[in-house]
Ligand binder design. Structure first.
Ligand code: ADP
Ligand code: ADP
Ligand code: MG
Length: 495
């Protein structure tokens, strides 16, 4: 089977990214867009574009009926969901299939089993994969919450079974704070995910976030393409990702990779997935969750493996067999035999979000007045930005992703520093200054990472110092920040 037209049910940088691979595979592409996105680049680049009737996400990118109608009008034979929106929605996967099109991703059963955090935890335990202490079922009563938290010991984390994007999580340090937080977590989860089931996990102190990129075909083959480390986060959401991780020994990599394969295989999975783990300071690993879709940070894996993961998604969706064998033998960096995917070198991604890093990463809104895109050897810029783009706060604050590759981590850091220095965005504040801060930070350079990095290193004092430095050098992204703060107009000579 070969697709003729692929409908991309998403927006922003990921819609562009999928369109690019679709074109390279010889497919036509189609999209639907909200009025906010009428001038967006993905709309201009798709072969066919249909306007959604409504403005809100519910009336546009989350509206299954409208999406299917547009896909039918386009004559699409397959639908790619991107990430976010409907990408982990079992009903959407089922509806696409019922409409006679191929959903590029897993079927509804696999999404239901792996996408629900409590069910996935229960499955992991059944398979003997370590999970953090805690419940594998939703908390049904206050008494149960109190007893479960006592049994595992504080601090505990309340988490939404349907959670995603770092939302629906509350840290509880003492019993007195438990019930109040439980109620709040329920309210938040209900409004964010329309599902107020909450469960409880032992809070692992200062862990690293390490995840495995998975591919599985419908013929029962599942492989992993190595790990990504995503420990640099704010609000439990990733900011910087890299592959490989400095912390994994070949044994640990093999063990975690095998666990991830077991999980995916037991769910009869088809397509790309990510199995996420937390790794504690003493190098114990705990299964976290499965993302049943393409991940934001997939390009770092593409750089170290040389594979186009979206093209692989297309191939799997067309029914082809995976053509490479798993690289389960350590160390994965050394070239293996024929068809073995052996990652080489080091890749880093910095998420460029429209957020003010000086003000707790608060969303920054406005019109982008100027962009200078970074470039050069082994620099990839997956961007939705152009001069004139209005950042409305309606959608996720991710504007673009800057990804670099080099022979080793040290050189990759240098290349990323150079690329970030080259990049210019005026009109909204972005996370570029934070990216530079991290690249120049001694602890980041030494590879001593944890999810507490931002809190511990990007302290108010450090921010002051950074701010003074940017002022002194009159760095251009700083003018954008000032403009947002209403102190000074963005000045053309800096860009
Ligand atoms: P990744 O590891 O790929 O970054 P995230 O969990 O950060 O995964 O989610 C990627 C994108 O999808 C973000 O834009 C996030 O806001 C969105 N997202 C993820 N899960 C959900 C969800 N359940 N509901 C709404 N948006 C989600
Ligand atoms: P989401 O669906 O929002 O991505 P995850 O379960 O993947 O939620 O967790 C996101 C982040 O939250 C993790 O990378 C980690 O920083 C933090 N986190 C989640 N669970 C725990 C835990 N049990 N202990 C410590 N930190 C956690
Ligand atoms: Mg996650």
């Amino acid at each position: 089977m070969s697709f003729n037209n692929i409908f991309v049910a998403n927006r922003g940088e990921i819609a562009r990214r999928v369109i690019r691979s679709a074109k390279e595979s010889g497919y036509q592409t189609s999209v639907a867009y909200s009025p906010h996105d009428a001038s967006a680049l993905f709309v201009r680049e798709a072969d066919l574009a249909f306007a959604f009737a409504g403005n809100t996400p519910k009336e546009s990118y989350l509206d299954i009926e409208q999406i299917l109608n547009a896909a039918r009008k386009a004559g699409a034979s397959a639908v790619h969901p991107g990430y976010g929106f409907l990408s982990e929605n079992a009903s959407f996967s089922a509806a696409v299939t019922e409409a006679g099109m191929k959903f590029i991703g897993p079927g509804p059963e696999a999404i239901e089993l792996l996408g629900d955090k409590t069910k996935a935890r229960a499955l992991a335990r059944k398979l003997g994969i370590p999970t953090s202490d805690g419940t594998t079922q939703e908390l049904k009563s206050d008494v149960e919450a109190i007893e479960s938290a006592r049994a595992i010991g504080y601090p505990v984390l309340l988490k939404a079974a349907a959670g995603g994007g770092g939302r629906g999580m509350r840290l509880v340090e003492r019993e007195e704070e438990l019930l109040q937080n439980l109620e709040r977590a329920r309210d938040e989860a209900r409004s964010a995910f329309g599902d107020d089931r909450i469960y409880l996990e032992k809070y692992i102190v200062k862990p690293r976030h390490i995840e495995f990129q998975m591919l599985a075909d419908r013929h029962g083959n599942a492989i992993h393409l190595g790990e990504r480390e995503c420990s640099i986060q704010r609000r439990h959401q990733k900011l910087i990702e890299e592959s490989t991780s400095v912390i994994l020994t070949p044994e640990l990599r093999r063990e975690m990779g095998e666990a991830a394969i077991a999980l995916i295989t037991s769910a009869k999975y088809e397509g790309a997935a990510t199995v996420e783990f937390l790794v504690s300071q003493d190098l114990k690993y705990y299964f976290l969750e499965v993302n049943t879709r393409l991940q934001v940070e997939h390009p770092v894996t593409e750089f170290v493996t040389g594979l186009d993961l979206v093209r692989e998604q297309f191939r799997i969706a067309e029914g082809e067999k995976l053509t490479f064998s798993p690289f389960l033998t350590p160390p994965p960096f050394q070239g293996g035999g024929r068809g073995v995917v052996a990652p080489h070198g080091h890749s880093i991604e910095v998420r460029i979000q429209s957020e003010d890093v000086w003000n707790d990463f608060f969303p920054s809104l406005g019109k982008i007045e100027y962009v200078r895109h970074p470039g050069g050897a082994f620099v990839r810029n997956d961007s939705a930005m152009f001069a004139g783009l209005v950042v409305s706060g309606f959608y996720d604050s991710l504007l673009s992703k800057l990804i670099v590759w080099d022979r080793n981590r040290e050189e990759a850091i240098r290349r990323m520093t150079r690329a970030l220095e080259e990049m210019r965005v005026a009109g909204v504040a972005t996370t570029i200054p934070f990216g530079l801060f991290a690249m120049r930070n001694a602890r980041f350079q030494s590879g001593e990472l944890s999810t507490a990095f931002v809190e511990e290193e990007f302290t108010p004092e450090a921010r002051e110092r950074e701010l003074a430095r940017y002022t002194a050098h009159a760095e251009p992204y700083f003018t954008a920040v000032q403009r947002v703060q209403g102190e000074r107009k963005a000045r053309a000579e800096f860009v």
